[in-house]
Design a protein. Structure first.
Length: 580
């Protein structure tokens, strides 16, 4: 068991009882004085909001009352055990404090409860601030929550009973192992989440058979080999986000969306974006739109088909929306038979916690971090880790730096750490024009390749998927696509978040999704009348896709990679995905 401070003797308890009694008396006196000596509602001295106004004084008094109550529980464990305090469900489930010692040992119980008390009062003080713009208050709350997560007693060796116990058990070897892990991370400039030797692209990740059949300075186009005798006549092109590697959709064979699509009889093409280097310093958003159109035209010509199905994931979905608007403006919308959007935003008025990183000062910082014309992907990875700091930062500080544990093999976290660099001009323009100024949602405000674009002109049939717990592209933000697009739309709300809500193979039998065929105006209305279906939404999507066009063709000639107009350049997963 973890070491525990020596219990107080009778004299100590008598002394601390006097201290607590005196403190309570002082607070009562101050509480009376705060209302004025003669019963007035205001004191005779100036009131400073946030310092000595009645609401602040009440919060301070409550804080000290809660603190003293916890002292009493620690000094008298028997009385504490006789009068247990019910805790909120989220705290009872908090994985940071799952060890029995956090509740069974009075000292560590006091440490844990004190932490939560301080956290509650700190966040309460931010929420109670008056005269502060709402956007600034949200940023302050985000910063306060980040500070609270960082200061958790579970993150420090001397206040974590599990670390103390492990240190005694191993005679400090855990701390030496943890120091080795920390120094390795400092050397590479990035926090490690997974065993670096457990996975390798092309060996046990991104293994769906295929060929690179087209290459430009910005992307490689991969065509996957068919596994069925017949395939859908309309092929599918997937545009993944270039913020990460494409193989999020081709993880291990059991999780691969690409492999599943091929097995459903779909001719699948995947775009693999090049990680930015100094040669891409002038790349802007228009270039990514042009790349999507180039891929669409390349596949149409290679397979001799009039149109293609498309998928855009996250930022590539945002770009796909602009691509559809540009094709519409050029009277070429019929090149795309359908568009599917995975957790993609087009209206950024309610774009979630990433908006905390797009004020003018932070945009200047982003510009300063890109002296060679591209942003090192490690900065972006750190930003996304901050959005889930408790899970993606401090959990690993505790387990791998303090406990000295080995890293677990986890394909999703391997992908998460496989960073890509971003073109600096594109990145700064994206944050400014979309996240900060929300120009894409304003008809005619954005100009692509010299053409003003308007999302309200898009009539392409669209399948729009959002994650119920998505903290990167919140569901109510993704929903706003339905307020702009005019064509036949189907919105699906999936269980889980930005990644697990998408990468959810049917065989896993995890999560659920909601559909609603009624004509509703808001996400709340959608949810209120939605039908829940257990498991993956993938079968629902492929049924929707077949409903657009169920014609099939033989899986031969151009439907086999390298057998048509496009010769094979190299085997999948290609070269760009391996570039660092």
């Amino acid at each position: 068991m973890a070491a525990e401070p020596t219990p107080p003797n009778l004299a100590d308890m008598q002394y601390w009882t006097w201290v607590m009694g005196r403190a309570q008396q002082m607070m009562m006196e101050q509480g009376l004085a705060a209302t004025g000596t003669d019963g007035e509602t205001t004191p005779p001295w100036p009131i400073v909001p946030g310092i000595n106004d009645p609401e602040t004084m009440t919060r301070m008094r409550d804080f000290w009352t809660d603190s003293l109550t916890m002292w009493q529980r620690m000094l008298d464990p028997a009385a504490a055990a006789a009068t247990p305090v019910e805790e909120p469900a989220d705290r009872a489930r908090d994985k940071r404090f799952k060890a029995d010692a956090w509740r069974n040992q009075p000292y560590f119980d006091w440490v844990r409860r004190s932490y939560f008390t301080i956290a509650d009062h700190l966040l309460g003080s931010v929420d109670a601030m008056e005269g502060v713009p709402e956007k600034q208050k949200v940023q302050m709350r985000f910063a306060a929550q980040g500070f609270i997560d960082a200061m958790s007693p579970s993150n420090f060796a001397l206040t974590n009973p599990e670390v103390i116990e492990k240190t005694i058990e191993t005679r400090g070897q855990n701390l030496l192992d943890g120091l080795r892990n920390m120094m390795a991370d400092m050397k590479k400039g990035q926090m490690t989440h997974v065993d670096p030797n457990a996975f390798e692209v092309g060996r046990n990740l991104a293994t769906t058979p295929g060929k690179v059949v087209h290459r430009t300075p910005l992307y490689e186009l991969i065509q996957y080999a068919p596994t069925t005798d017949k395939v859908m006549g309309v092929p599918l092109i997937i545009f993944p986000p270039w913020i990460n590697r494409f193989y999020i959709l081709d993880l291990t064979a059991e999780k691969s969306f690409i492999r599943w699509c091929v097995d459903q009889g779909i001719t699948v093409f995947m775009v693999s974006w090049k990680s930015a280097d100094a040669s891409m310093k002038d790349i802007v958003w228009d270039d990514y739109v042009a790349a999507q159109i180039d891929a669409i035209d390349t596949v149409r010509d290679a397979l001799d088909v009039p149109a293609v199905h498309t998928i855009g994931y996250c930022v590539a979905g945002t770009t796909l929306a602009a691509t559809l608007a540009l094709l519409t403006a050029r009277d070429e919308a019929d090149k795309v038979a359908s568009a599917t959007f995975f957790t993609a935003q087009v209206d950024f008025s309610n774009a979630g916690e990433l908006q905390n990183f797009v004020d003018d000062d932070q945009l200047k910082l982003v510009a300063s971090l890109s002296p060679d014309g591209y942003l090192d992907g490690r900065y972006m990875a750190a930003t996304f880790n901050l959005l889930r700091g408790r899970d993606l930062i401090w959990n690993y500080v505790t387990n791998n730096y303090l406990m000295g544990k080995d890293y677990a093999p986890f394909d999703l976290l391997h992908w998460n750490g496989d960073t890509t660099n971003l073109p600096a001009k594109w990145h700064l323009g994206y944050l400014t024009d979309l996240y900060r100024d929300n120009r894409l949602a304003q008809p005619g405000s954005m100009v692509v390749d010299g053409t003003p674009i308007d999302l309200t002109t898009v009539r392409t049939p669209s399948y729009i998927q959002a994650g119920r717990e998505d903290h990167i592209a919140p569901a109510d933000s993704v929903w706003k696509i339905t307020d702009l697009f005019q064509g036949p739309l189907k919105f699906v709300l999936a269980g889980s978040g930005h990644i697990a809500g998408v990468v959810n193979p049917p065989a896993a039998r995890k999560y659920q999704y909601w559909t609603n065929d009624a004509d509703v105006e808001t996400l709340d209305d959608f949810v209120a009348g939605a039908t829940e279906t257990k498991g993956s939404w993938w079968p629902d999507w492929v049924a929707w896709l077949r409903a657009r066009d169920d014609a099939t063709v033989a899986a031969k000639r151009a439907r086999v990679p390298g057998k048509g107009k496009l010769p094979a350049i190299t085997d999948a997963p290609g070269d760009y995905v391996r570039a660092r």
